[in-house]
Design a binder for this molecule. Structure first.
Ligand SMILES: Nc1ncnc2c1ncn2[C@@H]1O[C@H](COP(=O)(O)OP(=O)(O)OP(=O)(O)O)[C@@H](O)[C@H]1O
Length: 250
């Protein structure tokens, strides 16, 4: 679904993303984990065709992120950290706007479906500026799904939202993957990392651990005990300088 080979993005001499290679398997939830400034958003913006790479290459749905960027953008559902909704429009108008933008054929039905799924019924006539943070995130998530994309790229969708909304988000992500979609999600919540099928930990622009959650745990078992948490594993790798885990643990 996503193939990344040696992707690098420099800002001046600073490498925000540094020689990243990754594969995201179709139908899975892939978690990109890392502290603030690790390079997650920069990597995602390149994958969405919003920022050209300095070096390396990547493909999404087999489309090149530079040459075919417009085709990629049409086919993914991207929820950025930045506020993507129109504050003066109502919830319904925002969803309808995005449905129109993506050429959704039965707009009314699709918007109604999303209102139902994201429990927005009471808020449909309210302007977005008047909504609380959790509700706004729900609307932004619904907007990213309006064209039923097969790939969802979500940049910290649960940052600052209430526990109920977080649960709703995760239920939605499981449901989407069950229906065949693929999800790439960034987070710095470790409990959310544990909910993913596959994860990659980013530190200072580089991927320092990646793989299936179970497989990563197995790799670290001898070193960190019977059932190490991802938090223990990530803390251990970063403490030891990041890049050396593969050489040391094989
Ligand atoms: N346009 C830019 N110009 C210069 N530096 C940038 C630019 N965009 C990002 N950076 C720098 O690149 C680094 C990685 O930023 P990025 O936003 O990708 O990190 P992140 O892991 O997504 O963190 P956060 O969770 O805070 O968004 C940071 O040090 C940031 O200051």
């Amino acid at each position: 679904m996503i193939e990344i080979r040696g992707l690098t993005r420099r800002f001046g001499s600073f490498r925000a993303v540094d020689d990243v290679s990754l594969t995201v398997t179709p139908g899975k939830i892939f978690g990109l984990i890392g502290a603030n400034g690790a390079g997650k958003t920069t990597l995602i913006r390149m994958l969405c065709g919003l920022l050209p790479p300095s070096e390396g290459s990547a493909s999404v749905f087999g489309c090149d992120i530079v040459k075919d960027r417009y085709r990629i953008r049409e086919r993914i559902g991207y929820m950025s950290q930045k506020f993507s909704l129109y504050p003066d429009l109502t919830v319904w108008e925002n969803l309808d706007f995005y449905a129109r933008l993506y050429g959704v054929s039965d707009r009314r039905n699709r918007v109604e479906e999303l209102v139902e799924e994201f429990r927005l019924k009471e808020s449909v006539r309210r302007p977005v500026y008047a909504l609380g943070g959790g509700l706004r995130q729900r609307v932004a998530f619904a907007a990213a799904l309006v064209h039923s994309p097969l790939l969802l790229i979500l940049d910290e969708p649960t940052s600052g939202v209430d526990p109920l909304t977080r649960r709703l988000f995760w239920e939605q992500l499981y449901e989407r993957t069950e229906r065949g979609a693929t999800v790439l999600v960034t987070t710095h919540y470790m409990d959310e990392a544990e909910r993913c099928d596959e994860v990659a930990l980013m530190n200072r622009g580089r991927i320092v651990v990646s793989g299936g959650v179970r497989e990563i745990r197995d790799r670290f078992r001898s070193r960190l005990g019977e059932r190490p948490s991802l938090e223990d594993i990530f803390a251990d790798v970063i403490r030891r300088g990041g890049d050396d885990d593969k050489q040391e643990l094989g």
